[in-house]
Ligand binder design. Structure first.
Ligand code: NAD
Length: 477
């Protein structure tokens, strides 16, 4: 069988190229451990080549005009749609997610491209209130320049696309470094799409490689105008600290310990079924997975029974088998972190294992822990695995107090009283809170509009007499 284009190679300046250092690594199918491809293990020299190509291409790409850029994005989206089934299977094999997860990932990427194509041709700015009569004041969106984009392994294609598509739409050029555990679905296939639709050289570049090597080099490169990083808090902190030394521009999308609150009047079955999605979808390996379940005592026993029953009924197996609800974890390192640093120490501190807690290779049984207290890793840390840790509280106030104070992305509140739900939601400090629901399914439709900055433009009819403020006799401004 011949290898697909770009297997084991970077994509720089519209050319698939071997890594300058000559190093490559295997791409593994997570369900079986089989080798299904090769990735280039890039280093600083490869990154530098890609950033230079992106810099050289950026003025021409920005000058192209929004309609032409939008047309490229639509063709990019059409390419992904045409290869939809192959991409879904690639995602299932490379990330270990079941079909629904893979379809979500590829579908969201296509929608993102379509939405960005429209945004690119939408209003280019605003007419502002002038500060005094006779002046005309407006702002327009201008590209930032070269975007460095570093992505994680859990939703590799759409987490790349949510930055790549708006970035390109608004006239920026891109160097993408996908996670080393998913370099094909997160990078190589996007390079193939770019080549197929004929994106001009240097506009979209993919350098694969390891975080400490290619990732670090991209994060440190002074030719990058904005580094867009999605990944762990630990790496995000290191990037932020380094960027602070010379005020480089970074945008960080990190993780947290999300809370799932069940109040004493909640519909317990609704809460328990939502908990399966919130904590177990894609084996709990999403940044918005519920990491802590905080339940009022009045419903705690019923809730524990309901989640345990549902968790025990789930089938764990190869994601290519339609019977599987959960696939394998992403890696042995991730499994060992989950088991040895979260589950075992929490049990040693007094948490009770209600179900699960066992694994076979990368297949980890859905696990319910009860009696979890705030000092335990199962409460404090981002879990990133198929674990439901349950903490019981007496009052709503206690629940709110326990939820806040940790980094969070998304919380849920379950209650029969919508007004009560909204009142509690208002007091939780997550970026997004759901009442009687789990993950948001808004995907690409609600992403940030684009990677632009505001450029102020001032026009006036008469030449200015400086200093201008003398024109205001009362000196009030
Ligand atoms: P990670 O931080 O280990 O890796 C993410 C990316 O950073 C990879 O491409 C990796 O190669 C690269 N990297 C690693 N070390 C680096 C370094 N020193 N310098 C530059 N780049 C480096 O994260 P992960 O394990 O791939 O992903 C899981 C994490 O991502 C979780 O914490 C999760 O919450 C978070 N996440 C956040 C979002 C979000 O939108 N907020 C979405 C998905 C995942």
């Amino acid at each position: 069988m011949t290898s697909p284009a770009g297997d084991g190679q970077h994509y720089i300046n519209a050319t698939f190229r071997d890594p300058l250092g000559g190093r490559t690594g295997p791409v593994l199918e997570k369900a079986t451990g089989a080798r299904i491809g090769t990735y280039a293990r890039g280093d600083a020299a490869d990154v530098d080549l890609a950033v230079r190509a992106a810099r050289a291409a950026q003025p021409g790409w920005a000058a192209l005009g929004a309609p032409e850029r939008a047309a490229y994005l639509r063709r990019f989206g059409n390419y992904l749609e045409t290869h939809y089934e192959d991409l879904v299977r690639q995602s299932m094999r490379e990330t270990g997610g079941v079909r629904a997860k893979a379809e979500d990932e590829v579908g969201a990427s296509v929608r993102q491209l379509q939405i960005s194509a429209v945004q690119a041709t939408d209003s280019a700015g605003e007419l502002l209130q002038p500060y005094k009569t006779g002046k005309l004041s407006m702002s327009r969106a201008v590209p930032l320049g070269v975007l460095g984009i570093i992505t994680p392994w859990n939703y590799p294609m759409n987490l790349a696309m949510r930055a790549v598509a708006p970035g390109l739409a608004f006239g920026n050029t891109v160097v993408l470094k996908p996670a080393e555990l998913t370099p094909v679905i997160g990078g190589q296939v996007l390079a193939r799409a770019a080549a197929a639709v004929g994106l001009p050289p240097g506009v979209f570049n993919v350098v694969t490689g390891d975080g400490h090597d290619a990732g670090h080099a991209l994060a440190e490169h002074r030719g990058v105008d904005l580094l867009d990083f999605t990944g762990s808090r630990a790496v995000g902190l290191a990037i932020a600290a380094s960027a602070a030394t010379d005020l480089r521009n970074v945008r960080l999308e990190l993780g947290g310990s999300n809370a799932f609150v069940v109040l004493d009047d909640a519909d317990v079955d609704l809460a328990a079924s939502s908990a399966m999605v919130a904590s177990l979808e894609f084996q709990g390996q999403t940044c918005i997975s519920a990491s802590r379940h905080i339940v009022q005592r009045a419903v705690a026993e019923r809730y524990l029974d309901a989640v345990t029953r549902r968790a025990e009924a789930l089938v764990v197996g190869d994601p290519l088998d339609p019977a599987s609800d959960l696939g394998p974890l992403i890696s042995e390192a991730q499994r060992d972190r989950l088991h040895r640093e979260i589950v075992e120490p929490s049990m040693a501190m007094g948490a009770k294992l209600v179900t699960g807690g066992t694994y076979d290779g990368l297949y980890y049984r859905p696990t319910v822990l009860s009696g979890v207290t705030p000092d335990m890793p199962a409460f404090r840390d981002e879990i990133f695995g198929p674990i439901i840790p349950i903490t019981v509280v007496d009052t709503q106030e206690e629940a709110i107090e326990l939820v806040n104070g940790y980094p969070m992305l998304m919380d849920s509140v379950f209650t029969a009283d919508l007004v009560r739900g909204l009142a509690v939601a208002e007091r939780l400090q997550a970026g997004e809170v759901h009442v009687n629901d789990a993950h948001a399914r808004h995907g690409a439709e609600n992403q940030m509009p684009g990677f632009t900055r505001r450029q102020w433009i001032g026009l006036q009819r008469e030449p200015l007499t400086l200093p201008d403020w003398t024109a205001d006799p009362a000196g009030r401004r």
